[in-house]
Design a protein around this ligand. Sequence first.
Ligand code: PLP
Length: 414
Amino acid sequence: MTATPTAAELDAADPLAPLRDAFHLPGELYLVGNSLGALPKSGPEYITTEFERWATLGVEGHFTGELAWQDYHTLVTDQLARLVGAGHDEVVAMNGLTVNLHLLMISFYRPTPERHKVLIEAHAFPSDHFAAESQIRQRGFDPAESLITLAPRSGEETLRGDDILSAIAAHGDELALIMLPGVQYYTGQVMPMAAITRAGHAAGAVVGFDLAHAIGNIELDLHEWNVDFAAWCSYKYLNSGPGGVAGAYVHRRHVADPSLPKLLGWWGTNTSTRFEMTTEFDAIPTVESWQLSNAPVLAMAALRASLDLFDEAGGIAALRAKSERQIGFFDRRLTEVLGDRVINITPTALEERGCQFALRVAAGDGKRVYEELEAARVLCDWREPDVIRVAPVPLYNSFADIERFIEILDGIVQ
Ligand SMILES: *Cc1c(COP(=O)(O)O)cnc(C)c1O
């Protein structure tokens, strides 16, 4: 191999390359796993198994065998825990992402007249912004006073880590909650989660992260970082399919804390007495006590298919190692072929980025470029006002995909 290997050489040397065949990849190039992960070919089998169990066992499927639906959600707990760096008792698959953000804010946003502010980013994903805003109103506060939104410096694209930390310190006494993304959906920036958590705790605030674009993309260590809570969806890098079941993490020091306010449902109560149908809530001493309803088994079956492939890949560390090689190759080819015709606004340092690139066309006709990519069946996405997002996903994208993308882009950009 030469100092600047070709895509073919890199693919030949990639031990994870065969995993690509485990996925259906629509279009000419599928580079949009940041929005909707690809379907594992095994997915329909996992779901069919549950249909068959339903057809043959009916209601007894709830309690029969290793796949008993009553405990079906626990089948993914360890796999999710490994992806976020947490313990078995700290992670649960349930609901949708925004639902989980609300459930967790009910527990972890406990404003007082002195300490009522919530820190989010100015360019937060709208759902996260709405969730924070409505939680503030629910507690009788005014978002105009209580919602702090953090924007990059003028002329800059991404938040500086130091600016986040000084904002936390500046609002210290009034700050109740910090809720930031692990990876920013627009720019692809990885937030310094450990440092933010330390600074938040030093200021007396609770710290939660939205991991929608982080889980399955970068390595996470939530427990070690002392993060209070987190939530994620699974249809992006976890390939669980549209509307797939989301997840939640709560640090061990909080999971059995009876003083935390919480919305209750029967799936949060002790499993050994749940079906006695008593109305005395006996909280499961893990994050499972946040569960409300019985698990959406069909959606979880699809998620299992994908999580098994993460295991087959050797876990997130192996995938991230490949991802870093792909990021480097993408950077190099983008510069060599497109020069300054396309600007990548994603941070350049590896520790500040995941696999997603946020590209801006220098000539200002990004929307046209995106439409021509679409016409060429290159699946990526456009985010207003002016960014094309593309993500080489190490589970199923090859180095050849990157090379081909650069080649197509070169033919479209003036
Ligand atoms: C994808 C995404 C969502 C989507 O929320 P759902 O509740 O899953 O519909 C919310 N927040 C962020 C940051 C996201 O990236």
